[in-house]
Design a protein. Sequence first.
Length: 217
Amino acid sequence: MLPQQCLLCAAPAVAQALCADCYTRLPWLTAARCPQCALPTGDGSICGACLSHPPRFHGVTAAFAYAWPLAPLIHHYKYAGNLALASVLAQALATRLASGADLVIPMPLAPARLRSRGFNQALEIARVVSRVTGVPLAASACRRVRNSTPQAALPWKERAKNIRGAFVCDADLSGMRVAVIDDVMTTGATLNELARNLRQAGAIEIQGWVVARTLPQ
């Protein structure tokens, strides 16, 4: 097989969509971050926001900061349909996973957006994470039942209200530790709303496994 070109620098990239040099230059998150929401903290302790307003999920693991040059790669993956990037992103995330789970659930995509895009970016990442970690994938355990304005188009303070009532979980998750897979986490409002449904379905622990975490400016 002929080598492909790195998506960032056009150098040969034999095994994946990025060359080894560009892969190491991605904005990897440091270890000192809040164990609950994955925002950087000085000593790795829980941040003030999570202490004052505890989320419904128990913790978040993220591989990268949502910054250049990762941000355009994720954009290219989601909106240009470059599915080869799913493996790169998922395997990077898998290297950071320390806590276990009984089930992997991809963040559901709104039906209209799924028809428009043709695939659920979280599901494609979840397939690879499930294969690498051995954690079973429950692709249809939860559904998004309400279309709403894309979260990225809204101010941060409006996102929790926008996503309220958007999900339904059909599976019995009694006593299970669940990991929700997504590509980017910004405010955590979407994960928090899905976590509410997962708790109602019986999940006893909910982790967010996300490729990238948006950091405050």
